[in-house]
Design a protein. Structure first.
Length: 59
């Protein structure tokens, strides 16, 4: 029996500077773009509220 995690990592693209960044799907803090500082995602107590374009969900 294989244990599958409920949460995943997500690759996002900043709409302002086009930087690509990988974030945790259930983050506990606000995630800002490392290049320009724009907010990419915010915590909701469960899954992250993504404010940027999702490029890929990583397994």
């Amino acid at each position: 029996m294989k244990n599958n995690p409920e949460s995943k990592f997500i690759k996002l693209r900043c709409s302002k500077c086009k930087n690509e960044q990988t974030v945790f799907g259930k983050s506990a803090s606000k995630i800002e773009c490392l290049v320009c500082g724009k907010i990419l995602a915010e915590p909701t107590g469960g899954k992250t509220d993504v404010k940027a374009r999702i490029l890929e969900v990583l397994e």
